[in-house]
Ligand binder design. Structure first.
Ligand code: ZN
Ligand code: ZN
Length: 254
């Protein structure tokens, strides 16, 4: 499968980085979106995603920079009379979140054909939505916040969502072919609810990660030498700092 970086930034407007959005496209063309930050849907077409047939949209928590386009997805599907099923996956509270959006925008997000399923995942849960297999861990960030593993085509991506350093995040990443970790800040900024360059490297080292992609950069990262900071923290594997528009193959480790 292939990972497309739709937005490597946050809710803070940035000239080069959009809010959180990633797409995993399987070999058969099925798409699993990870996060749905404001403006991220605009980039679906450039990732080759047919809007009406996206299979899964998964969000890790309910912060605005991760969920704000969910209403746009439901509205757009109603406008085009989408005929394909869509799974909306999120943490505990996701059903209420989606219901709240529908109430707010009633009736424009309704789904009279019953094609939209909402799934809530808690720590340790897994869900199969062929060709994707998702599994979740509760990570340290917001109530019920999730990190997700997504497996398809024999390869696995681990995605931190937003998370501070924690054992669950290390376990989530262990054995994954690619780890996509948030890196909100340079190392000089200490935080327990996000990763910085040093703590991201420490998580990757503890998990034995061989391919690390860092993302979710706040503007404080502009001008910082994040790669040097990650290396100084001891991570020796492959490293990529995500940019919007990146396409990254997620294939099984040799
Ligand atoms: Zn957050
Ligand atoms: Zn965030």
């Amino acid at each position: 499968m292939r990972l497309h970086v739709l937005g490597s930034g946050t809710a803070i407007p940035h000239p080069e980085r959009g809010a959180s959005g990633y797409a995993l496209v399987a070999d058969d063309g099925a798409a699993c979106l990870l996060e749905c930050g404001p403006g991220s849907t605009r980039r679906w077409p450039s990732a080759g995603i047919d809007f009406g047939s996206a299979r899964v949209v998964a969000v890790t928590h309910f912060h605005v920079d991760h969920v704000c386009d969910l209403a746009a997805v439901l509205f757009g599907r109603a406008v085009i009379d989408a005929e394909a099923p869509l799974a909306l996956v999120g943490p505990i509270g996701h059903r209420g979140h989606v219901a709240g959006l529908r109430a707010l925008f009633t009736p424009w997000l309704d789904d009279p054909a019953g094609l939209v399923e909402v799934h809530e995942l808690a720590d340790g849960d897994s869900l199969t939505l062929p060709p994707f297999e998702l599994s979740a861990r509760h990570v340290v960030h917001a109530e019920h916040a999730l990190g997700l593993r997504v497996r398809a085509d024999g390869a696995t991506l681990a995605f931190s969502g937003d998370s501070g350093p924690c054992d669950a995040l290390v376990e989530l990443c262990r054995g994954a072919d690619v780890a996509l970790l948030e890196c909100s800040y340079p190392s000089a900024r200490e935080t327990r609810s996000h990763l910085n360059a040093t703590t991201a490297a420490e998580v990757a080292c503890a998990a034995g990660v061989e391919r690390l992609v860092l993302t979710h950069f706040y503007p404080a990262c502009d001008g910082a030498d994040l790669e040097a900071e990650v290396r100084a923290a001891g991570y020796r594997g492959a490293l990529h700092l995500a940019r919007d528009g990146d396409r990254i193959d997620v294939t099984a480790r040799a």
